[in-house]
Design a protein around this ligand. Structure first.
Ligand SMILES: Cc1cc2nc3c(=O)[nH]c(=O)nc-3n(C[C@H](O)[C@H](O)[C@H](O)COP(=O)(O)OP(=O)(O)OC[C@H]3O[C@@H](n4cnc5c(N)ncnc54)[C@H](O)[C@@H]3O)c2cc1C
Length: 405
């Protein structure tokens, strides 16, 4: 195997493929390789609707081979280590590749084991999670088998992908219970480690109104630490609002429990002290400049997507805006010019609030509200639901992954 490439991309998910497609167009002659172990590519945003029973999970998966751009070499393996001084990447199955430029995009890691009993419980006794292709069916199973009692939805401490997803499924479930005359017999509980529904004040206000109107029992500062599946009890650390100190543990009985697993930077990055942030809320994520996406120490390294230490929500929508910036800046660097493109922190969260409604949150760094459409986005809308259900998947598969949007 050729072990030298001009550009190596680690990860062929949303970020890796989008960047590869754009690099291919911007530099037709460049020698580009992607390291990606998976044969499948997932459109994760639809997992919310799969969990709600709107569609089958199979529609969210396509063959990775269809999306590796032409003349880009696919190395089907895991990156295991990066030596930024030697400009090399080691592979899990042996072999060392060298690069001139590196893009780091292996996403975020799901730490199921950090919640005692969770992994073993998924799919049984009402325990479920939308957070992986493997588990997403468990949500519709739990919801469609639910006959009343407590339906509990969790949201962990720390960075997660799509910060809104833990509450989207909660709203869907609540709507499902109303549609099926089960609401009187049940209680919907949101037990979240955070302090507010969403950091963007304009949207937070709308979500608070929804929670109140639908009689959802929201409990903040609650971090899931254990699932006792047989007894159907979820155990939470309850933290002090000011100090963050754990004050006590609280047990909540459930008949259905949708768990969002704790998440962190991939292990192989965490241990690479030269490349990642040593502490703070983005500990372990790749230390890049938040506007240029260039590494703060190693100028031939860039990162984007869920694995980059960017102070904005980790979403595919954010990747769509990051990818052209990264490609323009890499091109500038190669030409010896100053980096010209700047990412403003744009991210968006289509907050599904029911089977025919959605609040589209769009924002920049510092949670600055930035709606795109000339309509009132700060309310539940049917047209925005249709956008998510029908338009965005087309935008993703046919345009974004092809470097066209
Ligand atoms: C339930 C759910 C709902 C969501 N809803 C939305 C939404 O509505 N809107 C939205 O914009 N976003 C949403 N997202 C988030 C969105 O899917 C992610 O933010 C996006 O996929 C991030 O892209 P990425 O390339 O960084 O990571 P990913 O797309 O996860 O890709 C990472 C890739 O890296 C590969 N990889 C991992 N380790 C290695 C390694 N060691 N070496 C090489 N390759 C490796 C993986 O196999 C994977 O293919 C949602 C996510 C979930 C789970």
């Amino acid at each position: 195997m050729k072990n030298q490439h001009q550009i190596i991309i680690i990860g062929g998910g949303t970020a890796g493929i989008t960047v590869a497609a754009r690099l291919r167009k911007a530099m037709p002659q460049a020698d580009i390789a992607i390291i990606e172990p998976s044969e499948e590519h997932y459109y994760q945003p639809l997992w919310t609707l799969v969990g709600g029973g709107v569609m089958k999970k199979e529609v969210t998966m396509k063959k990775e081979s269809k999306y590796i751009p032409k003349n880009v070499k696919w190395i089907k393996d895991y990156a295991e280590d990066i030596d930024p001084d030697a400009n090399t990447v080691s592979l899990r199955n042996g072999g060392i590749l060298s690069y001139e430029y590196l893009v780091i995009a292996p996403g975020i890691q799901l730490d199921w084991d950090k919640v005692k009993g969770l992994k073993e419980a998924i799919g049984k006794n009402g325990v479920c999670s939308n957070y992986s292709y493997k588990t997403v069916d468990s949500t519709w199973k739990a919801l469609s088998e639910f006959k009343g009692g407590n339906a509990v939805f969790t949201n962990p401490l720390g960075q997660i992908k799509c910060g809104g997803a833990p509450q989207k499924i909660m709203y869907l479930a609540e709507h499902y219970l109303r549609k099926n005359n089960l609401k009187d017999k049940s209680k919907v509980i949101g037990a979240f480690a955070g302090t507010v529904m969403l950091g963007v004040p304009e949207i937070n206000e709308v979500l608070n109104g929804i929670v109140e109107k639908r009689n959802i029992d929201m409990r903040f500062y609650h971090n899931l630490v254990e699932v006792k599946a047989r007894e159907q009890i979820a155990v939470f650390d309850v933290r002090d609002a000011k100090t963050g100190e754990v004050l006590k543990q609280e047990e909540i009985e459930f008949n259905m429990l949708h768990a969002t697993p704790p998440q962190s930077a991939p292990d192989f990055l965490k241990k690479n002290a030269k490349l990642v942030l040593p502490n703070g809320p983005h500990v372990g994520f790749v230390d890049v400049d938040k506007h240029s996406l260039q590494h703060n120490t190693y100028k031939n390294i860039f990162s984007l997507g869920d694995s980059a230490a960017l102070p904005t929500a980790k979403t595919g929508a954010a990747v769509r805006k990051q990818a052209p910036v990264l490609v323009a800046n890499m091109k500038d660097l190669m030409a010896g010019n100053n980096l010209s493109a700047s990412y403003d922190g744009y991210s968006s969260c289509p907050l599904v609030t029911g089977y025919n409604s959605l609040v589209l949150a769009e924002f920049l760094y510092e949670n600055k509200y930035k709606p795109t459409f000339p309509i009132n986005q700060a309310k539940e809308r049917y047209d925005m639901f249709l956008l998510k259900r029908y338009i965005l998947p087309i935008l993703y598969w046919q345009f974004m992954l092809r470097g066209k949007a």
